[in-house]
Write a protein that binds this ligand. Sequence first.
Ligand code: 5RP
Length: 217
Amino acid sequence: MTQDELKQKVALAALHYIKDVAIVGVGTGSTVRHFIDYMADLKGQIEGAVSSSEATTAHLKKVGIPVLDLNAVGTLDVYIDGADEVTPHKHMVKGGGGALTREKIIGAASKQFICIVDETKCIDVLGAFPLPIEVIPMARSYVAREMVKLGGQPVWRENFITDNHNVILDVHNLDILDPIKLEQIINNITGVVSNGLFAMRPADVVLIGKGTEVITR
Ligand code: 5RP
C-alpha cells in the first residue's frame, strides 16, 4: 500500500470514534483531509466541527460540514488529528503543516485525542522530524538563539505565516529524551507562542495504518 492509502485507511477507521458525537474537533494535514471526506458521508448525524486551521475550515465548508467556534462549544468529546512523529507513550511531534497552536488548543479542550498516522510516523525517540515552534515575528532571532543553547539547529520556515500571523522555526537535531520537560522549557522562552511537542497532553488513542491493518494503541 502507498503511504496515502495507509492514511486513507486510518482515516476511515477513525469514524468509529465519532459515531455518537455531535461536534467533532478536527486537526490539519493530508491524513485529516481523508478523514473530512469520510466525515462528509455522516453529515446528517454531525452538528458541526471545530477546526484547527484555515485549510481545514475551507475543506469542512466545501464538503458541507458547519464550522463552529470553540468558545461557543466548550469541551469537545473527541479530537481527531494526525502527527509527524508519535512514540509508544503517545507523545507526538506536530506542526509540519504549521497549525500546531490551534491544534494544541483543541487537543487541550477535548476529552479524547485520537491520533491517526501511517506507520512511517511511529518512532521510539522524538526529534528526527524537525520540531516546529510558532514564534511572534519580532522574537524570531532571540528564540532561535535560545534553541541553539538547548542543542538544536533552528531553521526559519521562510515564506510561511501561520493562521495566527506568526512565524515558524523548525528545530533540527534535538534529541528529545524527556518530551514533557522540553515542552515546558520551550514554552517558557519569551516570544514562543507554542511548540510542536504534544507530550503534556498526549494522545489517548493512536490508530496506525500498517500494511493491510489498522493497529490501535
Ligand atoms: C499539521 C500537523 C499534521 O497533523 C502533521 O503534519 C501530519 O500531517 P500529514 O497527515 O499530512 O502527514 O501537525 O500542523
